[in-house]
Write a protein that binds this ligand. Structure first.
Ligand SMILES: [Zn+2]
Length: 49
């Protein structure tokens, strides 16, 4: 398998707003600050699994 995309969900409302390509380190949970449309502000987004 090649590139895998993982959804990132807002840690506040749980909405899945983004998906990012994951490479390596499957045990590490990715967190990014992204704008959430539902919250109307930048929140922490986490990998959903
Ligand atoms: Zn949100």
């Amino acid at each position: 398998m090649g590139k895998q995309k993982e959804p990132l969900a807002c840690s506040v409302c749980g909405r899945r707003n983004y998906s990012v390509p994951i490479s390596g380190k499957p045990d590490q949970r990715l967190t990014l600050n992204k704008f959430c449309k539902q919250c109307g502000r930048v929140t922490v987004h986490q990998q959903t699994r």
